[in-house]
Design a protein around this ligand. Sequence first.
Ligand code: SF4
Length: 292
Amino acid sequence: MQYDMPVFRPPSEARSLIFQVTLGCSWNRCLFCAMYKTKTYQIRPWEEVSRDIIEMSWQYPETRKVFLADGDPLEAPTEFLIKVLDLLNERFPALERVSAYAGPTNLRHKSVEDLRELKNRKLDVLYLGIETGNDALLKKIKKGATSSQIIEVSRKAIEAGLRMSTFIILGLGGVEGSYDHAKDSARVANAIDPHFLATLTLMLGPYESIYETKIMGQGFKLIDMKQSLQELRWFVEDLDLTNCKFGSEHASNYLPISGTLPRDKEEILQLIDEALTRKDSDLLRPEWARGL
Ligand code: SF4
């Protein structure tokens, strides 16, 4: 099997076998995201997808976890995805779960019944970027959905029995929008009540100044490390979730945290406060190690 590069997957899918059901991202317009800018979105022909699955089932017959790539395989018709999942179940008898990225622009086209059909065939976890719960910011970054649409599609997936793994991007609102971004993101996370919730921190490398001046404009200023911790504090203090694995372990974050909410909320807040007030920074990931 040959991958059409680049291929992205969430860190938690490191041990999954990846199949590219679609290429690129059908939306591909979010201003902060360059993941699939080199690709034109397409649903790969069934002959190619099935050939990959059969070929890999000879090499890795014990596969238990599969990740469907690229950016939004859920954009493919439900019938197509059913065929893919049926073949995966047939060729990998030990298969336990299938996961994929999903977004408001593709989940919108799926009914609860569609998603249940997929869940019945072991589609289990959907990774969905809330990015921010702030509607003005969602519009500005061209996410293609409002906060209520993000909540609606996520709740629909949960109703179908799927587990939602969601994330927000610290720093997306810049200095000026930091508080509203944090508070609105917590509001949306609470309304979704996902199984997993993570933070990433906006990293733009050499594109920082272009992003500030040309892309976001209007006095937009990226947050620094302390402001990112404060934003995380504002976000976490408002979270009111039923039973959610929370993490900020992604390499883009300054402060790696993991815990279960609501159980560990006070402990997590104490850790953030400690990182905010301490002079030395051994709790924090050094700048050079971010993104590695
Ligand atoms: S929907 Fe996801 S993959 Fe597509 S452009 Fe936006 S952030 Fe990138």
